[in-house]
Design a protein around this ligand. Structure first.
Ligand SMILES: [Fe+2]
Length: 270
């Protein structure tokens, strides 16, 4: 699958089109907040979700859905007890149930830790913090019933101000995606290009410009580095994050762009 890109480009750097004057202060705020906030894990099942190209499946290492499927009854009972609401998991329906992100039963923090420690599951993003939580991926541009969390409002006021200043009509999802040193973000795509009518609108802010994000051209088996402090790419293209010997993070904001901004982006890209 060749990359689709945006107006013929593999990604767009939006820095010239945005006021990022507060980004250094936001960086200081986020770094401090990540020491205070309860961090989550995300990723960890891209292969079983079927969103990884076969050429990069081995990069996923140990996938939690595969591990859960192979658990003994005794292990599954331990897994059940570690859920936030163990009564919601019925062992008799185990084979009919799905677990984890975008699935019927999201994982608790304790379940993720046990999957990592006991079974060696690889969670690429271990510095994950939801600022505007969103349950279903397909709902990420919809603002209804959503808000910045209390933790975000308490610890990240400058970040929220910057996010609110971005040229969105509305925002339906916002989070910090952090990777520990030496971890890599497994190659995947966020949607099926065959189902795409137009690219999803989002901005990824990386105050240090050190994320090592890349778009993956599966035809040419080539990583295309994505550079800049504010970027947009077609997330129905395969993408991943290279390992680096230090912690990195980005802030992703999903929503619907203001039409005037989209026009400016299109003009700049052509
Ligand atoms: Fe993604």
């Amino acid at each position: 699958m060749a990359i689709r890109g945006l107006w013929g480009r593999p990604y767009l750097c939006l820095e010239p089109l945005l006021d990022l004057s507060t980004l250094p202060a936001v960086h200081e705020e986020v770094c401090l907040a990540l020491t205070q906030a309860p961090l989550q894990y995300t990723g960890g099942s891209h292969r079983s979700m079927g969103i990884t190209p076969p050429s990069r499946e081995d990069d996923c290492l140990v996938d939690y859905a595969e591990v859960i499927a192979g658990m003994s009854d005794e292990q599954f009972e331990t897994f059940r007890q570690l859920a936030d609401d163990p009564a919601s998991l019925d062992p008799a329906r185990r084979r009919l149930s799905t677990f984890g992100e975008e699935r019927e039963h999201p994982l608790s923090r304790r379940q993720m830790a046990w999957l990592k420690i006991r079974f060696g599951v690889y969670f690429p993003w271990k510095g994950y913090l939801e600022l505007i939580p969103n349950r279903d991926w397909g709902d990420k541009a919809n603002p209804e019933g959503k808000a910045f969390t209390g933790v975000a409002r308490a610890l990240l006021p400058k970040t929220i101000a910057l996010v609110r200043s971005l040229p969105f009509l509305h925002i339906g999802r916002c989070n910090v995606m952090g990777l520990e040193a030496h971890d890599h973000g497994t190659v995947h795509r966020d949607g099926d290009p065959a189902e795409q009518t137009e690219p999803d609108h989002f901005i990824t802010l990386c105050p240090s410009a050190d994320k090592r994000l890349f778009v993956w051209d599966d035809d040419e088996r080539r990583e295309i580095p994505v550079e800049g402090r504010a970027i947009w790419f077609n997330d129905h293209d395969y993408h991943g994050v290279s390992a680096a010997p230090y912690f990195r993070y980005s802030i992703r904001v999903d929503g619907v762009f203001e039409p005037e901004f989209l026009e400016r982006v299109a003009r700049a890209a052509r």
